[in-house]
Design a protein around this ligand. Structure first.
Ligand SMILES: [Zn+2]
Length: 240
């Protein structure tokens, strides 16, 4: 450090630099959240799409089942017609009764199938309604999603512009700070993240909230040297 450095002036510049760096840190942190936010929006939409696909598959399955039962019912009605024709040719009473019983049993099957088909028709109707509703919701959501993504993009652009603005202000300001002091400050910033220069808060370091020794506080107030927190190693400044 050069001998003739005005520490008070350097600290005042560091305070401004820290303000800019805090802004830059926060803006960058915010910027990092954008990809996750966009992905979340995309995932949510994809989930709804998947829901529609599931409902459509369910609908298909119900329709196939209904068609099978209808075909089964038709076959059984054919059997009944055939057996009824056979009844006329039977002379033996016992055989007649046996065939009549067979017809009754098939009829019972048919009426069971009818009930099942009616049940399936209800299920198909409900699935169709659900499918239509899901598609409507999806379309609305798709529009909303596009708008949200557009707004995130605009926000991100504005944020990038602010970041650029802060970056150029930082370059200018950093140029006016002693190189050694700036080097120390930047090393701390890199290690600590958001704050390299903390204010003395009463008897504590504003960065880590640990109590400072009175000597450190006095030195910070004197502004003859750059002083550091013995706990978190951040630079300290005291307000007059
Ligand atoms: Zn500290």
């Amino acid at each position: 450090m050069a001998e003739n450095i005005d520490i008070t002036e350097q600290i005042n510049k560091l305070i401004q630099l820290q303000q800019i760096d805090t802004e830059i840190f926060d803006l960058r942190s915010k910027k990092e959240t954008y990809p996750a936010r966009t992905k979340e929006i995309d995932d949510s939409l994809e989930e709804k799409k998947e829901g529609i696909k599931n409902t459509e598959e369910e609908l298909k399955r119900l329709q196939v089942s209904k068609n099978e039962k209808e075909a089964d019912m038709q076959a059984k009605e054919g059997q009944i017609a055939k057996h009824q024709a056979e009844l006329y040719q039977i002379k033996n009473n016992k055989e007649y009764q046996a065939l009549q019983q067979e017809i009754d049993s098939i009829r019972a099957d048919v009426s069971l199938l009818e009930e099942e088909i009616i049940g399936l028709l209800d299920e198909i109707e409900a699935a169709q309604a659900r499918c239509e509703m899901e598609k409507k919701i999806f379309e609305k959501e798709k529009q909303k999603t596009a708008e949200e993504k557009e707004s995130i993009k605009a926000e991100e652009k504005k944020l990038s512009e602010r970041l650029n603005d802060f970056a150029s202000r930082r370059t200018e300001l950093a140029g006016a700070i002693d190189r050694d002091i700036l080097g120390q400050y930047e090393r701390i910033l890199k290690n600590r993240g958001r704050i390299a220069l903390s204010r003395v808060n009463g008897e504590c370091c504003g960065g880590c909230n640990m109590q400072l020794r009175p000597q450190i506080i006095n030195e910070a107030k004197l502004k003859k040297n750059i002083v550091f927190c013995e706990n978190c190693a951040r630079m300290l400044y005291a307000e007059d």
